[in-house]
Design a protein around this ligand. Structure first.
Ligand code: 13P
Length: 249
C-alpha cells in the first residue's frame, strides 16, 4: 500500500544537545496527520535519537551508509551498524552525496543492495540539475538515475523502496518546483516504474518531493495525486515548521 511519508533530513546540523532539544520539541507537536514521520539526524546522534524516540511513532533514519558489511573503509558506517542502533531506514543517493562525495549510480546500486540485504528500507533520492531542466532533459536524467540504481531489483524488493524526487535547483534555494511541475515528474516516474515492472509496483511505491518545501507550500504540493509526501531539509530543523508540513496532509 502506498504510504504518505514526511521525512526531515537534518543534513550536517545539530549537536547532540541540539538533537535532543529538537526531538523533545517534536514529540510535543500535535500530529493530526496520517503521514508516517521520519527524522534523519547525523550518524553520531542516531543512537541517542533512536533511544529518545523509542516510544514515539517518529522513525529515526540514516542519511547514508557504506555498501560493505565491514572492513577497511575508514570513516564509514555499515547497514548492520545502523540496524544495531535500531535504524531500519536509510536515505541513499542524495544530490549532496552525488555532488560532493562523487556517488555514482553504480555505487548507489551497491548501497541499495546492501540495505535491502539487511532488511532495511531505502529512501532513494534523485533529481535533475538546473542545466538539465533548461535543456529539457529532466525526464531523461531522472529515468537513467532510477534505472541505473534500481532496475536490477526484483519486483518484490520494491516493497522496501521509497522514491524521493529532489530537483537539485530547488534544494536549499527557496525555489520550489511548482505543484504542477512536481506532479508531472512524479507521474512520469510512476509510469517509468510501471513500464519496467507493472502497475501494482508503480501504484504502491511512495514518491516524495523534496526541495524548499515549507509550511506555506506543503499543502498544495501534497495535494497532487502522485506526490505521496516530502523530504524536508531546512524546514525540518524547526519543530513547529516541520509539523506544520506533516499536518499539511
Ligand atoms: P531543503 O528543504 O532545505 O530545500 O532541502 C531539501 C533536501 O535536500 C532534503 O533532502
Amino acid at each position: 500500500m502506498r504510504k504518505n511519508i514526511v521525512a526531515g533530513n537534518w543534513k550536517m546540523n545539530n549537536s547532540l544537545q541540539e538533537t535532543k532539544q529538537l526531538l523533545s520539541e517534536l514529540v510535543k507537536q500535535d500530529k493530526s496527520s496520517q503521514a508516517e514521520v521520519m527524522v534523519a539526524p547525523a550518524f553520531i546522534n542516531l543512537e541517542s535519537a533512536a533511544q529518545f524516540l523509542k516510544e514515539s511513532t517518529i522513525e529515526v533514519v540514516a542519511q547514508n551508509m557504506h555498501f560493505a558489511s565491514n572492513g577497511a573503509y575508514t570513516g564509514e558506517i555499515s547497514a548492520s551498524m545502523l540496524k544495531g542502533v535500531a535504524v531500519n531506514t536509510v536515505i541513499l543517493g542524495h544530490s549532496e552525496r552525488r555532488a560532493y562525495f562523487n556517488e555514482t549510480d553504480e555505487l548507489l546500486a551497491k548501497k541499495v543492495d546492501a540495505a535491502l540485504a539487511n532488511n532495511m528500507r531505502v529512501i532513494f533520492c534523485f533529481g535533475e540539475e538546473l542545466s538539465d531542466r533548461k535543456a529539457n532533459n529532466e525526464e531523461k536524467v531522472v529515468e537513467s538515475q532510477i534505472a541505473n540504481a534500481l532496475f536490477h531489483l526484483e519486483a518484490s524488493a520494491w516493497e522496501n523502496i521509497v522514491l524521493a524526487y529532489e530537483p537539485v535547483w530547488a534544494i536549499g534555494t527557496g525555489e520550489t518546483a511548482t505543484p504542477n511541475q512536481a506532479q508531472d515528474m512524479h507521474q512520469f516516474i510512476r509510469k517509468t516504474v510501471e513500464n519496467k515492472y507493472d502497475s501494482a509496483v508503480a501504484n504502491s511505491v511512495s514518491i516524495l518531493y523534496g526541495g524548499s518545501v515549507k509550511p506555506t507550500n506543503a499543502k498544495e504540493i501534497f495535494s497532487k495525486e502522485d506526490v505521496d509526501g516530502g523530504l524536508i531539509g531546512g524546514a525540518s530543523l524547526k519543530a513547529e515548521d516541520f509539523f506544520a508540513i506533516v499536518n499539511a496532509f
